[in-house]
Ligand binder design. Structure first.
Ligand code: TRP
Length: 450
């Protein structure tokens, strides 16, 4: 039998789970979405959805995971009382695994770009002009090389298991990223053009708030950012000790994650308007963002370029930390199919990590060869649709299928005063009724709103 790992401390878990949550979704995804969905209105809806919908579902994943001590397929089977609910559990778990596989396959491509941009800050100085140009120009060869490098790093870490690999890597570098972002926010705020960016970011246009596209995008972003609906947080929950207070742990993760997204917006949105002020075209005549996916890679290097000699150093630190943030997130994704292979298929961790990693690399290759066709499509199908739908099924499990006593007992472990808390009184009903209804209403609106 494989012995299950466990996080060695409370802080270790928070940092690892926050490391899983904080990634390209916060610093690349969130600002891009804000810019393409009407600025402040998106920020507001995202924040409301994060706490009113995503946090309760994060708690579902953590609670089921800690109770069942297994991957999502095994866990949902374990809490199913009947044959049919067991089948539904298997289906939901496998669907989550498919979704996370697809998410990782596009994620590794973007993460690869981060490494390329990092290298560029070094090669620029060494006179390797052509090589530098290759690093920053969008090309198939560049995309493939760095996606493969990134994927191998990811596999190598997951091979090592919970404490050795995941926890150690996650805990040290996140604080550095935070400091760097704050310094950059202050710098950018002093530049010409930034004020307009702040206005767009902070002043919501209330007429856009109920826009169906904005609503589903914000819901997808909230699920993506907290890594929900694929069993990643469920697995992290299964590595948490029974002595911990789960609602508090979950709340810390949700706060850190949305806090970093909001900070990243304070950097990137003003930086976009500074770039526009300096003559970079960022919007088309119709007001849409030009090439949203790659915009940040245009705006941010320009920003570092404008900072003089020190800009290069800061740029290097920024892209390196971004690549690391992407790595700590990717680890949590790869862990999903690997834990399944290890626990349910009895394959060794080492073998499972390389096999699954290779499979995902193949999917990344398919996407890279058909970039225009597949890249945004895969992002949309996985994050906007699949993640909330699986979130819905998880609420059905926690609210309707799983035996209530077991749920409540698991929740109260690690906290003697739990039964007096507001969370205890509200959450079980909330995930039973309110969360599923919100998700259905969102989808309904997005279907009739088109
Ligand atoms: N939340 C991470 C980010 O914002 C990405 C991520 C990690 C993720 N694990 C996940 C997304 C699982 C979906 C599912 O970058």
């Amino acid at each position: 039998m494989n012995k299950r790992g466990q996080f060695s401390s409370r802080l270790g878990f928070i940092l690892a789970a926050a490391g899983a949550a904080v990634g390209l979704g916060n610093i690349w995804g969130f600002p891009t979405q804000v810019a393409s969905n009407g600025g402040g209105a998106f920020v507001l809806v995202y924040l409301v959805l994060t706490f009113a919908l995503a946090y309760p579902i994060l708690m579902v994943e953590l609670t089921i995971g800690r109770f069942a001590q297994a991957n999502m397929v095994g866990a949902l089977q374990k809490i199913s009382p009947t044959k049919w609910t067991r089948k539904l559990g298997t289906f939901t778990g496998l669907w989550g695994m498919l979704v996370v596989t697809l998410i990782l396959s596009f994620y590794a491509i973007i993460a690869g770009w981060m490494i390329a941009y990092f290298l560029n800050t070094i090669t620029q100085f060494s006179g390797l002009v052509e090589f530098s140009a290759w690093l920053v120009d969008f090309s198939l060869s560049r995309n493939i090389v760095f996606c493969v490098i990134f994927s191998c790093l990811n596999v190598a870490i997951v091979c090592k298991g919970v404490t050795e690999g995941i926890e150690r890597w996650s805990s040290r570098l996140m604080p550095m990223l935070l400091i760097l972002i704050v310094v950059l926010i202050i710098y950018v705020a002093t530049l010409d053009g930034a004020a307009q960016g702040w206005r767009v970011y902070l002043v919501p246009d209330f007429s856009k708030i109920l826009d169906p596209q904005l609503l589903v995008s914000a819901m997808g972003q909230a699920f993506f950012s907290l890594s929900l609906g694929v069993g990643a947080m469920l697995i992290y929950g299964s590595y948490v000790s029974k002595q911990e207070n789960l609602p508090e742990l979950g709340a810390s993760v949700a706060l850190i994650d949305s806090g970093i997204a909001i900070l990243a917006g304070m950097l990137i949105i003003p930086a976009m308007y500074v770039a526009q002020h300096n003559g970079v075209t960022i919007f088309t005549e119709t007001g849409d963002l030009i090439d949203g996916d790659r915009l940040i890679f245009k705006v941010i290097p320009q920003l570092f370029g404008s900072m003089g000699a020190i800009g290069n150093l800061i740029g290097a630190a920024f892209f390196l930390l971004m690549a690391i943030a992407a790595l700590t997130s990717s680890i949590s994704m790869l862990e999903v199919p690997v834990a399944y292979a290890v626990e349910s298929r009895n394959i060794t961790r080492h073998k499972a990590a390389w096999l699954v990693g290779a499979g995902i690399m193949v999917i990344s290759l398919i996407i890279m060869f058909n970039f225009e066709l597949l890249f945004s499509l895969v992002i949309k199908v996985t994050t906007e649709y699949s993640q909330p739908m699986i979130g819905f099924l998880l609420c059905v499990y926690a609210g309707w299928i799983w035996h209530r006593n077991e749920l409540l007992t698991e929740l109260s472990r690690g906290c003697t005063t739990m039964e007096a808390s507001l969370f205890w009184k509200i959450w079980p009903y909330y995930v039973r009724i309110v969360c599923p209804v919100i998700i259905l209403v969102m989808f309904y609106k997005s279907v009739i709103g088109r």
